[in-house]
Design a protein around this ligand. Structure first.
Ligand SMILES: Nc1nc2c(ncn2[C@@H]2O[C@H](COP(=O)(O)OP(=O)(O)O)[C@@H](O)[C@H]2O)c(=O)[nH]1
Ligand SMILES: [Mg+2]
Length: 222
């Protein structure tokens, strides 16, 4: 089946300080490329990737790659409301970028109301640990992740280590939240699009009554 025939579209935003590797991780995930000298993001860039979140359910992941600098903050903020997922990213070799995570998280939570958004915390440039450059320990990140109530993943855009992990975990969590009704489709909100909302109702009914609904019936719009 052509993966581009999607049933759902999720809008996901990349946030974190400038230089932590947001664009690099996205480039690695969507194009399997890594550039030592990548252009700095100006304003907001846009990437697309298709993912089968479960057999027969195809999702178009639409990524907004933002610039971390303060001068672009007002542009970046205008994208929060129409996102359903956030990759909150810091650099394992840059303590300030880790210290700023709380601020990024609080800013999003404040601005997305009344909509719901799901987060993944990503510690980037894990390859540099081998060179003794890591300055943020796993223990302290786990503690912060626990406080914020968000999952934590370490990755390296350079080596490709664990690159799919954060994107796909987030996409699957959004999908599950949609099926459980924790996240609702809303008029005038672009965080999630569904090409056939009636099939979502069927999928939700299947999830609510798993014993009477075989897995194969979960398939949406396929
Ligand atoms: N060693 C290492 N360098 C990285 C990694 N990811 C990005 N970089 C480098 O970090 C710099 C900033 O990356 P960029 O993706 O532009 O960061 P952004 O501002 O958050 O989008 C670039 O020189 C990248 O080559 C990584 O996983 N490991
Ligand atoms: Mg960038």
């Amino acid at each position: 089946m052509d993966l581009t025939l999607w049933q759902y579209q999720f809008r996901i935003i990349m946030l974190g300080d400038s230089g932590v590797g947001k664009s690099s991780l996205l480039k690695r995930y969507t194009e399997n490329l890594f550039l030592e000298s990548i252009n700095q993001t100006v304003g907001v860039d846009f990437y697309v990737h298709f993912l089968e979140v479960e057999p027969g359910v195809h999702v178009k992941l639409q990524f907004w790659d933002t610039a971390g600098q303060e001068r672009f903050r007002s542009v970046t903020r205008s994208y929060y409301r129409n996102s359903v997922g956030v990759l909150l990213m810091f650099d394992l070799t840059n303590r300030a970028s880790f210290d700023n995570i709380k601020e990024w998280h609080a800013e999003v939570c404040e601005r997305v109301q009344p909509y719901k958004v799901l987060f993944i915390l990503v510690g980037q440039k894990s390859d540099r640990e081998a060179h003794g450059e890591r300055v943020v320990s796993r223990e302290e990140v786990n503690k912060l992740a626990g406080q914020l109530g968000v999952p934590y993943v370490e990755a390296s855009a350079k080596t490709g280590q664990n690159v799919r992990g954060p994107f796909e975990l987030l996409a699957r969590q959004i999908y599950q939240a949609l099926l459980s009704g924790e996240i609702e489709l809303q008029e005038g909100w672009d965080g999630i699009k569904c090409i056939a909302p009636q099939t979502l109702r069927l999928q939700r009914a299947n999830v609510a009554q798993p014993s009477t609904a075989p897995q194969s019936k979960k398939k949406c719009c396929g």
